[in-house]
Ligand binder design. Structure first.
Ligand SMILES: [Fe+2]
Length: 310
């Protein structure tokens, strides 16, 4: 007898599920945990509704999918979650934020399509998000599926990128992003703290990941993050850059995205080996605060760039 319910998150989407019935009475049950693990593998993003919206529950849900990463920086009070984990705070507030303009509208907290930590050789399994503060408008989290994208792009593009690796550079964020920016996009302001982060990445090692990889379940995943992409490995030329840009634009034209508008009492888990995500942005006079628990792991296909050899 199933204690939780799993339903499509949105009609017509090939990924994503809404999960009901996750509570302190069910979450430690071995069958429930196994069901959640299968749903995570199958659907890529799980929206747990009507949950106890606390950091303890966030950590408990994350622990279903793997061991948790301890964040060395930007830690939220450990007392809040006990000794088991730390959460990353993703907080945009009017005093210190990046502002862009899209089609004439200023937006703070906009983060373009990416998968997390692409700039590192190891990519962690996933993230589990909880909203602590949402602006009255905007601030949605978008999710797109690399399995859907692989099937949606043209056969020629698929064939080309199956053979290619992508180089990622941690500094290529915000006004330094090179690929996949939409038309009508302009940078208005980079926050002092972001400028410091960008500068700290100056000369940092880059990572290399395949553009396409195959899950153990057999599906191929187009796993390219426009954010922080430096170019095609071995072909960082104007011709290679044009090819990667063409892929990024084709991805945005063919993706079927799910836009999560945050409600009370939700916790959202995503598979970082498969999904891309983004944040739409909001009115720069407002704040947005999300906490992320990070699930450890690695798919084993990334590597650090060997300088001079790529
Ligand atoms: Fe992210």
């Amino acid at each position: 007898m199933s204690a939780i319910g799993i339903a499509p998150v949105q009609d017509g989407l090939p990924f994503g599920a809404r999960v009901s019935g996750v509570s302190w009475d069910t979450i430690r049950d071995a069958d429930v945990r196994a069901q959640l693990q299968r749903a995570f593998e199958e659907h890529g993003v799980l929206v747990c509704s009507d949950v106890d919206s606390t950091s303890e529950m966030q950590v408990e849900i994350a622990s279903v999918f793997g061991p948790l990463r301890h964040h060395a920086m930007a830690e939220v009070s450990r007392a809040d979650v006990g000794a088991t984990a730390t959460l990353m705070e993703l907080h945009n507030h009017p005093e210190d934020q990046n502002v862009v303009e899209l089609d004439g509208t200023p937006l703070a907290g906009r983060t373009p399509w990416h998968w997390d930590a692409c700039y590192a050789p190891a990519i962690y399994r996933g993230g589990v998000l909880r909203a602590l503060e949402m602006p009255s408008d905007g601030g949605q989290t978008g999710f797109a599926d690399g399995v859907q994208l692989y099937q949606a792009i043209s056969p020629k593009m698929r064939e080309t990128f199956e053979q290619l690796d992508i180089v990622y550079d941690p500094g290529l964020m915000h006004d330094r992003q090179k690929f996949g920016l939409p038309a009508g996009y302009r940078f208005l302001e980079t926050s002092p703290s972001m400028r410091q982060v960008q500068d700290s990445y100056e000369g940092a090692p880059r990572s290399v990941h395949p553009a396409v990889w195959q899950r153990s379940s057999g599906e191929k995943v187009l796993h390219v993050s426009p954010w922080q992409a430096a170019g095609i490995a071995g072909n960082e030329s104007s011709e290679g850059d044009a090819l990667l840009e063409a892929l990024c634009q084709e991805m945005s034209e063919t993706m079927q995205a799910y836009w999560h508008r945050w409600s009370e009492n939700e916790i959202v888990a995503y598979d970082n080996w498969r999904m891309l995500h983004m944040v739409t942005g909001h009115d720069p006079t407002l704040s947005r605060n999300i906490h992320r628990a990070t699930i450890e792991g690695d798919y084993g296909l990334g590597r650090a760039e060997l300088v001079g050899a790529e």
